[in-house]
Design a protein. Structure first.
Length: 196
């Protein structure tokens, strides 16, 4: 089981794939050539774009086809930047076409899952290191994109185990509560889709 976490943005998308034991894939987009040259294992260099439409096409295609995976977890839509929102819709469209299930989680829920609903980027990184032993210092200032993507893989992994594999494993009450809220939302989305 490979869980794909997508911390989507038009400039610094963070990607992470977790197999339940380790992070088997981690990348972050950059449009700065020296970032890419300094660490080609971590960075994906984006080309120069002539339009936002071209950028969205490249970003979505690169995300969807970067690796193999079984389940996806992404942050839920926030803000009102339409080009950014269009990308989310296209990603979900392609996932549905590939019959890959996905889960959306609000940023505040993701932070609560990590341990603190108001956690800043440093705290999210610290919690990931303390709780799972994952350290992304080598990605420098863009590490936070990979950190968020990795937290998304963890939520997706736990959700998949709990509601798809029906595994009754131990979770903290706070995490279990979040997963149940996500599951209730998923059920409503599925119900709505089935009626259409």
């Amino acid at each position: 089981m490979k869980i794909f976490g997508i911390d989507y943005s038009l400039n610094g998308t963070g990607l992470s794939i977790y197999d339940g034991v380790s992070i088997i894939f981690k990348k972050v987009f950059t449009n700065v050539a020296k970032n890419y040259e300094s660490d080609k294992n971590t960075f994906i260099l984006s080309p120069k774009f002539k339009s936002n439409e071209e950028k969205i096409d490249w970003v979505v295609d690169t995300i969807i086809n970067c690796h193999s995976y079984d389940f996806v977890c992404m942050e839920d839509h926030i803000g009102a930047y339409y080009d950014w929102m269009d990308g989310y819709a296209i990603i979900k469209h392609y996932l549905r076409k590939k019959n890959i299930p996905y889960l959306m989680i609000a940023p505040c829920q993701l932070k609560k899952y990590a341990g603190d609903g108001k956690a800043d980027k440093n705290k999210m990184t610290e919690y990931l290191n303390i709780q799972y032993g994952f350290n992304f210092d080598e990605a420098g200032k863009l590490a936070n994109n990979i950190v968020d993507a990795t937290w998304l893989t963890i939520v997706g992994h736990d959700y998949y185990r709990k509601f798809i594999q029906k595994d009754n494993f131990n979770l903290t009450p706070e995490r279990l509560k979040i997963l149940w809220k996500l599951h209730e939302k998923q059920e409503k989305v599925s119900e709505y889709s089935d009626k259409r």
